[in-house]
Design a protein around this ligand. Structure first.
Ligand SMILES: Cc1ncc(COP(=O)(O)O)c(C=O)c1O
Length: 397
């Protein structure tokens, strides 16, 4: 991997057909440090958000040594790049093979479950192990989240007391987790969920050792400005204190997006402009999955290597490189009216659910990685630290 001071330098020196992922470890490190100093409990990294080796290593070196893994390939990656990391299997539905490999090969001891059948499976496969930390994933409303993920996992509140009681005799530690939805803008969503967990613990009549408040912490995207991030750990700590658990009870969180979103942008190449359609070399089957399928807004800026572009903007849609007509970001995306072949569009805040969503469909979808040292967009962690490069941020997806 090479290091460049700005996208300009990178483009000048790289002749590649592939989109370029500009990796900014300093921004991932900044996010990690923020969680370590502001969140009073344990911060686990949700690997699914961005499993790139440089991300795993940067987080580990910054002090995030626990990882929320959801599959054996994710565990293999973490074990390879951060051999001293502690992994947790937080996927509520796992195959027997995956449970066995996690427990016996990777030393995983924390397993999530959200129903009796899954709990039985974990206990059977591990031979009724006595050293399991069992975390009951509880279903909660994802109101307040820009990207709801509810409805698939999570025990119903009705079933929670019995599921807690069922696991308690086998658990070294018994925990409860929930996910408020990704990019959850409202800190009080956490406190509402934690208050309901409290009531369910009373109904179950058992001691709970771990409260895992999930991911969902927001960052800044165009049109989605979270309240000051400091509010989130404060509200969560207040709610945790209200829960009246034992003094040894642990508070965990498992952010993905918030740790890595600011750490990567992608440089896409304009291959053709036809009317209001801009054909680029990344798209719905690449890092722009969320932009295409969820209309997720990202900051963008145009980079032209030779000369100025027009200050006047026009509405465009972006077509990705594959032959599928679904490979489109309808936007509208506002770009300089004279955008042309050879221009580069830099799409920012794409470090979460960007490279992790890439497919190889039609032979596309692989990015070239480069390290960049700038801080081109506003950070939720260091609001005053924007250090713009030669092109200005002027448009959004
Ligand atoms: C169990 C679990 N934990 C953590 C995360 C990370 O969430 P986010 O990226 O919103 O922080 C997810 C995302 O889907 C998840 O399913």
């Amino acid at each position: 991997m090479s290091t460049f001071d700005s996208p300009w330098d990178l483009i000048r020196q790289t002749a590649s057909d592939r989109p370029i992922a500009c990796c900014r470890p300093h921004l991932v490190r900044q996010a990690a440090k923020w969680f370590l100093s502001n969140f009073s409990g344990e911060t686990l990294y949700a690997v699914k958000a961005n499993p790139s080796p440089w991300v795993l290593k940067t987080l580990f070196e910054a002090g995030i040594t626990q990882f929320d893994t959801a599959s054996i390939p994710e565990m293999e990656l973490v074990a390879e790049h951060c051999p001293d990391a502690q992994m947790h299997f937080m996927h509520p539905v796992k195959s027997r093979t995956a449970i066995a490999r996690a427990y016996f090969d990777f030393g995983v001891r924390t397993f999530a479950y959200d129903c009796q059948a899954e709990l039985d499976k974990i206990l059977e496969v591990t031979g009724q192990a006595r050293d399991l930390d069992l975390i009951l994933r509880v279903g909660v409303s994802n109101q307040g989240a820009e990207m709801p993920i509810d409805g698939k996992f999570g025990a119903s509140h009705h079933d929670v007391p019995a599921l807690l009681m069922a696991a308690r005799p086998n658990a070294r530690k018994l925990g409860m987790s929930f996910h408020p939805g990704s990019q959850c803008m409202d800190p009080y969503a956490w406190s509402v969920h934690m208050d309901s967990l409290s009531r369910l613990i009373i109904d179950g009549g058992v001691d709970v050792d771990i409260i895992d408040v999930g991911g969902g912490f927001p960052v800044s995207y165009p049109g989605m400005e979270p309240v000051a991030l400091e509010r989130f750990p404060v509200v969560i700590q207040d709610a945790f204190d209200r829960m009246g658990l034992s003094r040894e009870a642990e508070l965990w969180c498992e952010p993905g997006r918030a740790l890595v979103a600011e750490g990567t942008s992608v440089l896409t190449h304009v291959d053709l402009v036809r009317g209001n359609a801009v054909y680029i070399n990344d798209g719905a089957f690449g890092t722009l999955y969320d932009a295409a399928h969820c209309k997720w807004p990202y900051p963008t800026r145009l980079i032209r290597n030779d000369g100025e572009h027009s200050p006047r903007l026009k509405a465009f849609k972006l077509f990705g490189p594959t032959c599928d007509s679904a490979d489109v970001i309808t936007g509208p995306i506002f770009l300089p009216e004279d955008i042309r072949e050879g221009d580069v569009i830099e799409i920012g805040t794409l470090g979460a659910y960007g490279v992790s969503m890439q497919t190889r469909f039609n032979g596309y979808g692989e990015t070239l990685d480069a390290f960049a040292l700038d801080t081109p967009w506003q950070s939720v962690y260091e609001p005053r630290a924007v250090q713009t490069t030669k092109a200005d941020w002027f448009s959004t997806i």
